[in-house]
Design a binder for this molecule. Structure first.
Ligand SMILES: [Zn+2]
Length: 77
């Protein structure tokens, strides 16, 4: 028996922001890091860009930083 699948209009705003631009994994928007790239004025050919990226890829790029609060709790400060 096949269940009836309804078209979910709420899903229509599902965009590529759901997935990590590096590994293409489907990641919930709430768990994506925003990478905002502002090129220097001297490189005028490049545009400002924004990408959304998963935690693992941010870590792989060496850009993952813990908060000071987290470091204190972990005894790293
Ligand atoms: Zn990723």
């Amino acid at each position: 028996m096949k269940s009836v699948e309804r078209e979910n209009d709420g899903d229509s705003d599902r965009t590529r922001e759901r997935e990590c631009y590096r590994c293409d994994r489907d990641v919930a928007p709430a768990l994506l890091f925003r990478i905002d790239v502002a090129p220097p004025d001297a490189l005028a050919d490049y545009a400002h860009s924004v990408r959304f990226c998963c935690q693992d890829c941010v870590a792989a790029m060496g850009m993952l930083e813990f908060t000071e609060e987290w470091k204190e709790q972990a005894g790293l400060v």
